[in-house]
Design a binder for this molecule. Structure first.
Ligand SMILES: [Zn+2]
Ligand SMILES: [Zn+2]
Length: 345
C-alpha cells in the first residue's frame, strides 16, 4: 500500500506532488476548524447542517470551482501565457517562499480595494451580494461567491503567478493558503487575537462584515491582513459586542441558479415558485431528493438543514447595503492607533 502510494507520488510532476501534500493539510484544517466551532463557538447553537450548506458545498465548492478552474486556467491564463511567454519573468530567480509571500501580500492588497469597490458600486455589488446572503456564517460560508467575482479575482490572482515566471508549485500552495484562511475568517469561532487582529485578519472582524448592521456595510473589507482596514480607515471592531442580525436586509434566492439570475434581474423567488409550475417543480427537486434520501437513510435527514426565520422571508426589492453611491463611505482617515474604531457612520 505505502509502496504504491510512493510509486504514484514519484510519477507525478512537481505540481501534482505539491497537491498531494496540500490536500491533506486542507482536510486537516477543516477538521481543526470544525472542532473549534464546536468547542468555542462565536454564535452558540449554530448547527453544522445549517441553511444553505448543500448549496455552498455542492454547487459553490465542488461544481462551480471545478468548472471555473478550467475556464480561468485553460481559457484565460493559458492563452495569456502563450502570448506573453517569458517576457515578464521577474520572480523566477526568487526562492519559492519569497514568491509565495510576495503574491499573498500583493493579491491581498488588491482584494481589499476590489472588495471595497464592490460595496460601493451598484453594478459590482450584484457580483458580491451572494457572498453576504447567508445568515448562518460558518467555515464554509465564504465559498458562496458569484461566478463573475471568482473569474475576476482568481484571474487577477493566478495570472501574475504564471506570467511573472513563478515556480508552478506556487499555484497549489497559494490555493491552500486562500482556502484555509478563507475558511478561518468565516468560521464560527470565538477568537480573541488581541493585538494580532491589527495585522492578521480573523473571524473577530470578518464575522462583523457579514452582519446586517448599517455600521458595517462599509467596513472590514480585509481578507487575510486586517492591517488594510486599520490603515485605510475601514476597521470596525467593537468591544464586547456581537452582531444581532446577519446576512442581507432583503430576501435573496436560496437556489444556486436563482442566485445568479437574481444578480441580473430582480425577482421574488417565492412568488415565482407560487406562480410558475415549471420553476416550482425545479425549485422542489432538491427537497424531494433530500426527502427521498432522508426517508431511506434517517441519518441523512439533517441534510435538509435548519429553517432560518430571521429576516429570510422579507420580499424584494429593498435597499441593499452596498452599492448605494449616495451613502456615506467609510471614513478615510487612517487611524491605526485606536484599539476600537467605528467608521461607517
Ligand atoms: Zn463584502
Ligand atoms: Zn466573507
Amino acid at each position: 500500500m505505502l509502496e504504491s502510494i510512493s510509486t504514484f507520488y514519484h510519477s507525478l510532476n512537481a505540481v501534482g506532488r505539491t497537491t498531494m501534500i496540500t490536500t491533506p493539510i486542507l482536510l486537516l484544517a477543516v477538521v481543526v476548524l470544525l472542532v473549534l466551532e464546536r468547542r468555542i463557538p462565536y454564535r452558540k447553537g449554530l448547527p453544522f447542517f445549517r441553511e444553505g450548506l448543500f448549496v455552498d458545498l455542492f454547487w459553490y465548492t465542488l461544481v462551480q470551482s471545478y468548472f471555473l478552474q478550467i475556464v480561468i486556467f485553460g481559457f484565460i491564463i493559458a492563452p495569456l501565457a502563450a502570448h506573453f511567454g517569458t517576457r515578464f519573468n521577474l520572480v523566477s530567480s526568487w526562492p519559492v517562499a519569497a514568491q509565495v509571500g510576495f503574491f499573498v501580500v500583493t493579491h491581498d492588497f488588491y482584494i481589499y480595494w476590489f472588495h471595497r469597490f464592490q460595496h460601493n458600486s451598484a453594478f459590482f455589488w450584484r457580483t458580491h451580494e451572494a457572498h453576504h446572503s447567508g445568515k448562518q456564517v460558518d467555515w464554509l460560508a465564504g465559498s458562496r461567491s458569484h461566478i463573475m467575482e471568482i473569474v475576476i479575482n482568481q484571474t487577477i490572482e493566478f495570472a501574475p503567478i504564471i506570467l511573472l515566471g513563478a515556480n508552478p508549485i506556487v499555484v497549489p500552495i497559494k490555493a491552500l493558503i486562500d482556502a484555509v484562511w478563507g475558511m478561518y475568517i468565516h468560521a464560527n469561532i470565538d477568537v480573541k487575537s488581541g493585538k494580532l487582529q491589527y495585522v492578521i485578519n480573523g473571524p473577530e472582524m470578518h464575522l462583523w462584515h457579514h452582519a446586517d448592521h448599517e455600521e458595517v456595510y462599509y467596513a472590514n473589507f480585509s481578507t487575510k491582513f486586517a492591517v488594510w482596514d486599520w490603515l485605510f480607515g475601514t476597521a470596525f471592531l467593537p468591544e464586547n459586542r456581537k452582531p444581532e442580525r446577519w446576512g442581507l436586509p432583503y430576501a435573496f434566492p436560496k437556489d444556486y441558479f436563482a442566485q445568479h439570475a437574481f444578480s441580473v434581474y430582480r425577482f421574488d423567488e417565492k412568488a415565482l415558485a407560487e406562480r410558475s409550475a415549471p420553476f416550482r417543480y425545479y425549485h422542489g427537486v432538491r427537497w424531494r431528493v433530500l426527502d427521498w434520501v432522508g426517508r431511506r437513510l434517517p441519518a441523512a435527514k439533517v441534510l435538509q438543514g435548519w429553517e432560518v426565520t430571521q429576516g429570510a422571508d422579507e420580499t424584494v426589492p429593498a435597499p441593499r447595503p452596498g452599492g448605494n453611491p449616495t451613502a456615506k463611505a467609510a471614513a478615510a482617515t487612517p487611524d491605526s492607533s485606536r484599539p476600537v474604531a467605528t467608521v461607517a457612520s
